[in-house]
Design a protein around this ligand. Structure first.
Ligand SMILES: [Zn+2]
Length: 424
């Protein structure tokens, strides 16, 4: 509406001006190079307007021709940029779809059209990685890392490659360089934590642990690896404070107390742990320094007294009584363990050993070796350390499963997926 109004006003003004010019009287004359031109004022004005318009058109054409090559170059550059942007988008779509051949073709096209920018180099590197061409990806990530605007991206790509081929020293050096570029970066923190776990650098794994990380497991592993006994005790104490029922924490804490010469404190700590959660490895550590069978029976009794009536306590002192030659007591205690709910294969093995040890052939024996073997067939499997992420059994507790590399998932259980104790 506003445009129409403007056009109407311009037309009206032009007509008014022409009408005014047509009404002008007099003549205009000019002599140029001996030629004299004389005409009326309206015609002279019209001629002036025509001359100005013709000059204007001619000048525009002249300058248009002068700038033609540069305008053509700008148009071509714009077309290349648009085509390059489209190729970049197609590269991203192909990478997301896992289509390596298309990703490589489109990434090469984008690079040809747009040149080596941070974006085209990154897309080409990711496309090379997707197609399994690690050498080409490495070259491209290196090019990225040498550019000021994309150094972090290049280092990130090189770091991921080093982690994938388990080149830990190279990964650590790259992480160090990336950390200098972007201190406190969340992605880098998580990757450095993973690197620390994979290289067994437990103190660093603990320092970089996030809210979901198994901190107690890292603290126990750090305490196990720490040569300075006082520092190891502090690390174990930290794990135990976070997870009081975590058996590996109790074991390493007591071991380090013993190493530092605080034997009575180590034993008190193990008795306390037995009270909380009886576990065969607590008993093994408690009795590790006692050789004599009678003495072991006596010491084992002290430990069991911390949690009397528990099947694990009854089983422990039954086993120690048998080793000390007290067969009748061993049988009584094994029966008590069974009555308290223990139904594992190791209990029936103990019954078999008791029967085998009893040379007198006591007719009142409640369970013969044959009975024990038969019952063992249908009994629960003995518990052991097992990864509850992949189900693989392990000979000892470890901070990271050696089979699936998951941290903090080795737990005490008697079958896959069934955890008897918390892992951290
Ligand atoms: Zn596992």
């Amino acid at each position: 509406m506003r445009g129409i109004l403007t056009i109407v006003l311009v037309v009206v003004a032009t007509i008014a001006l022409a009408w005014w010019a047509a009404g002008l009287t007099g003549t205009v004359g000019a002599t140029i190079a001996g030629y004299t031109i004389q005409t009326t004022t309206p015609v002279a004005l019209l001629a002036l307007v025509v001359i100005v318009l013709v000059l204007h058109v001619m000048l525009r054409l002249f300058f248009g021709m002068l700038s033609f090559p540069s305008r053509m170059a700008a148009w071509r550059a714009r077309s290349r940029r648009l085509a390059g942007d489209r190729a970049s988008t197609r590269t991203l779509v192909a990478i997301a779809a896992g289509d390596a051949p298309t990703a490589r073709t489109e990434a090469a096209r984008a690079r040809r059209l747009l040149g080596d920018t941070a974006q085209t180099l990154l897309h080409a590197a990711e496309a090379a990685r997707l197609s399994g061409n690690d050498e080409e990806a490495t070259i491209l990530f290196r090019l990225l890392s040498e550019r000021e605007d994309s150094s972090f991206l290049g280092l990130r790509g090189l770091f991921r490659q080093a982690m994938a081929r388990q080149d830990w020293p190279e990964a650590a050096a790259l992480a160090h360089r990336a950390e200098a570029l972007a201190p406190g970066n969340n992605w880098l923190r998580s990757e450095r934590s993973e690197l620390a776990v994979r290289t067994g650098n437990w103190q660093q794994a603990l320092a970089l642990a996030g809210p979901q990380s198994p901190k107690s497991a890292f603290a126990v592993a750090a305490a196990q690896a720490e040569p300075d006994v006082e520092r190891a005790i502090r690390l174990a104490g930290r794990a135990l404070k976070d997870s009081p029922d975590f058996i590996p924490a109790a074991l390493v804490y007591a071991t380090k107390l013993r190493e530092s010469g605080r034997e009575s404190r180590a034993q008190a700590m193990l008795r306390d742990s037995w009270k909380r959660q009886p576990h065969p490895e607590i008993a093994a550590l408690y009795l590790a320094e006692t050789i004599d069978a009678k003495q072991r029976q006596k010491e084992g009794g002290k430990l069991a007294a911390a949690n009397p009536g528990h099947p694990e306590s009854l089983f422990l002192i039954a086993r120690l009584a048998l080793a000390a030659g007290d067969v009748a007591e061993a049988r009584r205690l094994a029966e008590a363990a069974r009555n308290a709910g223990m139904n594992q294969q190791r209990l029936y093995k103990l019954f078999g050993d008791i029967d085998g040890t009893d040379k007198k052939g006591d007719v009142t024996t409640p369970m013969t070796r044959g009975d024990a073997l038969r019952l063992a067939m249908s009994a629960e499997a003995d518990a052991g350390w097992r990864c509850d992420a992949c189900g693989s059994p392990q000979p000892a507790w470890m901070a990271v499963c050696p089979a699936c590399h998951t941290p903090g998932r080795i737990a005490w259980s008697n079958q896959p997926g069934q955890t008897l104790l918390t892992s951290s």
